[in-house]
Structure formats: structure tokens, C-alpha cells
Design a protein around this ligand. Structure first.
Ligand SMILES: Cc1cc2nc3c(=O)[nH]c(=O)nc-3n(C[C@H](O)[C@H](O)[C@H](O)COP(=O)(O)OP(=O)(O)OC[C@H]3O[C@@H](n4cnc5c(N)ncnc54)[C@H](O)[C@@H]3O)c2cc1C
Length: 370
């Protein structure tokens, strides 16, 4: 039987950030994770080709908060790296997101935006861009990604679709820091929790009776699974990943990520990992390494990736959330606990805020992290 003041389920960025802050305030913490590795969905490793690869899809770090940036710099050096993505349309490469210059090129200066209050994703996109652009770059990609019509998706999803200013081609031009950890995310997380006990390949829900939290349980796994799916399953989409090592090819595509908006192509994107690496490291890779991704609807909770953006699932999550809020000394949080897509910096920022609230709740004198 294990007894600790704080039991943290999940060694992803949410769980390990909270663990670090509680430990910095002299609290007794244990982390458990059912996977055989650290860093949760941000896990990366060195492939036998020599390339650094992200197991659960490419993770590009960006951040605008000095507090989050300084916190992470305790555990790793970063190198500047900014994501420039491409979309392949009719056998040609185009920058993604597109910029204002391209919109004018295909639709002129006086195209008409959708003027009414949008009621779905498609209409929300058409408030920002002409139909020609939406059809070429977004409709097919989105319908493949979610497996439903774009008109069946929530308008809020369109918040993530941006149009860059003239001459700007980067994915996230407005963040102060676009960077990658020198030796990867897993190494960064390892350094973050180097003095904290951890048990991997340990499913909390299967062994609850053997591990007790004196003060609080912090659960960062799927909220529907925590409650044994009593209101039904929350829907997610995931990606099937096919790794291809081309031993005799130096470069396969011109950028880290090429998207395939064409509805007839089953894959959604291809990642070429060498583009993430520093020049001296890149030169050591044998050939090149690719991951091809094809969307699917996962059954197993370990494959949950993107929360499904529609009203039915939003409502279902609200039911679970109300139950979670009624529990004493159990906090369900993180991307799976809150059924919410968080970028890594957002997940860390949220975890810092929650850790501050925990310290306050237990009257532990603290420095403000939020
Ligand atoms: C495909 C994809 C691409 C992404 N790309 C980017 C990107 O480019 N840039 C960016 O900033 N963000 C990106 N993200 C977001 C990023 O992955 C999240 O912000 C981050 O993973 C959130 O961390 P977390 O700790 O909340 O969740 P997770 O990393 O999922 O950690 C939760 C952990 O809990 C463990 N767990 C669950 N249930 C149990 C249980 N019963 N017992 C024990 N352990 C359990 C899991 O094994 C997991 O390790 C991407 C997300 C996805 C899905």
C-alpha cells in the first residue's frame, strides 16, 4: 500500500508541472502513469535512424508568457525553431496558414465575407476567407480530420484558423518564443521530476485500493473513464501513424509538415522529422524518417487525441464536470480531464494556476505561480 500526501495520476505536462510545484513547496508527492514512458502525449525519442521523433504527432512549442518560459528553462535549454508548414494542393506546395497576399491573389481585394452570425464551423471560416480558399485548403482537411461534414462542427473550432499578414508564413508568428527543447520533451520532463518518486506502467484506476492520497488526488486521465463511462463515452479523434524510414533519401519534402487537404487522399499529413533538428544532429541521420498520419475514431482511451467539437459532447462533458466538482479533494484536470485541446504552453500555464490553488487550499505558504 502506497500513501502520499499528493497522488498525481499522469506524467504528462499537466501532472509533472503540478508535481514540480508541490515538491518545490516541500509537499510529499508520487506520480503514476500507465504508459511505459514520461511526458504523456509530448513523448519523444531517438529513432534508430538517428532522428528525434514525437510518438504522438509533431509537437511545436510556442509561448508568450515569461513565467512559463522561465519555469521551463529550469529544466532544459531551448533552441529557436519556428514551424513553417505547407499544404499540398493540385501537386503544388502552399504555405499554411495562407497569408493576406495569397487571398488577394485568388479572390482579389473585394471578396465578400459571410456577414450573418455563423452557426457552424464552415460559416465561421467564411467570415474570414473567400469560399475558393476555404474549399481548397480547409473543407476537405477538416472533414477528413473529424469524419463529419464541416457544417456539423462547432463554430468555435474556427478560432484556431488564422490568416497571416502579408509576407508572413510561420504557424505562430505572434508568440515571443518559438523553440524546441535541446534534448527533447521527454528529457525536459525527466529533469523536471528528477527527485520525485514515479511509478510507470501503473494504471491508477486498476489499482486504486493500493494507493492513497492523504491530501489530494490529482487525476489527469480521461474524465469519462474515471467515472466508468456512466453517462456514456466522450468522442475523440486520433491519428493512425505509419513510420517510414527512407534509408537512401536525404530529403523527402521541403518542410517539417505537409498537409493534404484533398478529400480523396486518406492521409491528412506527412511529417519529416529531420526538419526539427539542429544542423549538426541532422547530418548524423541515416536517410530520412517520415510519419504519415491518417485520422480515425479511437475506441481505447490511450489513443484519445482531439476532443470532438460538437454540442453533444460538450453537453456530455458538462455532466461529468458537475460530478467532478462535487468530489472533495479530487482534482480532474489536463487535456483529458477537462476534455479540452490545450497547446503545451497553455497546459503548463493551467497546471501552474491549479498548483497555486492547491497550495492555497491547504494553506501552504507559496510563491504565486499563476
Ligand atoms: C496530435 C496532437 C498534436 C499536438 N501538437 C501540439 C503542438 O504542436 N504544440 C503544442 O503546444 N501542443 C500540441 N499538442 C497538445 C499537447 O499534446 C498537450 O498540451 C499536452 O499533452 C497536455 O498534457 P497533459 O498532461 O494534460 O495530457 P497528457 O500528455 O495526455 O498526459 C496524461 C497522462 O495521464 C496518463 N493516464 C491516463 N489515465 C491514467 C490512469 N488511469 N492511470 C495512470 N496514468 C494515466 C496517460 O498515460 C498520460 O501520460 C498536441 C496534441 C495532440 C493530440
Amino acid at each position: 500500500m502506497i500513501k502520499k500526501d499528493f497522488v498525481i495520476v499522469g506524467a504528462g505536462l499537466t501532472g509533472t508541472t503540478i508535481a514540480r510545484i508541490l515538491t518545490d513547496h516541500e509537499q510529499e508527492v508520487i506520480i503514476v502513469d500507465r504508459k511505459d514512458h514520461l511526458a504523456g502525449n509530448a513523448y519523444d525519442y531517438r529513432h534508430e535512424s538517428g532522428a528525434m521523433i514525437h510518438k504522438y504527432g509533431p509537437h511545436y512549442f510556442r509561448c508568450g508568457s515569461e513565467k512559463i518560459w522561465n519555469f521551463l528553462n529550469r529544466f532544459t535549454e531551448f533552441y529557436n525553431w519556428s514551424a513553417n508548414l505547407l499544404s499540398q494542393v493540385n501537386d503544388e506546395y502552399f504555405n499554411w496558414p495562407v497569408n493576406q497576399d495569397y487571398i488577394e491573389k485568388i479572390a482579389g481585394k473585394n471578396w465578400e465575407a459571410f456577414k450573418d452570425e455563423p452557426s457552424n464551423f464552415e460559416e465561421a471560416c467564411l467570415t474570414k476567407m473567400p469560399w475558393e480558399l476555404y474549399e481548397l485548403f480547409i473543407k476537405g482537411y477538416t472533414e477528413k480530420q473529424w469524419g463529419v461534414k464541416a457544417t456539423d462542427l462547432d463554430k468555435e473550432l474556427a478560432v484556431r484558423i488564422t490568416i497571416n499578414k502579408s509576407n508572413v508564413n510561420s504557424l505562430t508568428p505572434n508568440h515571443k518564443w518559438n523553440a524546441l527543447p535541446r534534448n527533447g520533451y521527454t528529457e525536459m520532463v525527466k529533469n523536471m521530476i528528477d527527485d520525485i518518486p514515479i511509478k510507470l506502467e501503473f494504471d491508477y484506476l486498476q489499482h486504486k485500493e493500493n494507493i492513497v492520497a492523504n491530501k489530494m488526488l490529482i487525476f489527469t486521465g480521461p474524465i469519462d473513464e474515471f467515472f466508468e463511462y456512466k453517462y456514456g463515452r466522450l468522442k475523440y479523434r486520433g491519428q493512425k501513424r505509419y513510420i517510414e524510414h527512407l534509408e537512401n533519401t536525404d530529403q523527402y519534402q521541403p518542410s517539417i509538415q505537409v498537409n493534404y487537404p484533398d478529400a480523396k487522399e486518406p492521409r491528412i499529413r506527412t511529417i519529416e522529422w529531420k526538419h526539427l533538428m539542429l544542423p549538426d544532429e541532422k547530418d548524423k541521420v541515416k536517410g530520412t524518417l517520415l510519419t504519415h498520419e491518417t485520422p480515425f475514431t479511437p475506441e481505447h482511451s490511450n489513443q484519445y487525441e482531439y476532443p470532438f467539437p460538437d454540442k453533444i459532447n460538450k453537453h456530455l462533458y458538462e455532466q461529468y464536470k458537475a460530478d467532478a466538482e462535487s468530489l472533495d479533494n479530487i482534482l480532474i484536470c489536463g487535456r483529458l480531464g477537462e476534455y479540452r485541446y490545450y497547446d503545451m504552453d497553455q497546459a503548463i500555464g493551467r497546471a501552474m494556476k491549479l498548483a497555486s490553488e492547491i497550495l492555497e487550499k491547504f494553506k501552504i505558504p507559496s510563491e504565486q505561480y499563476a
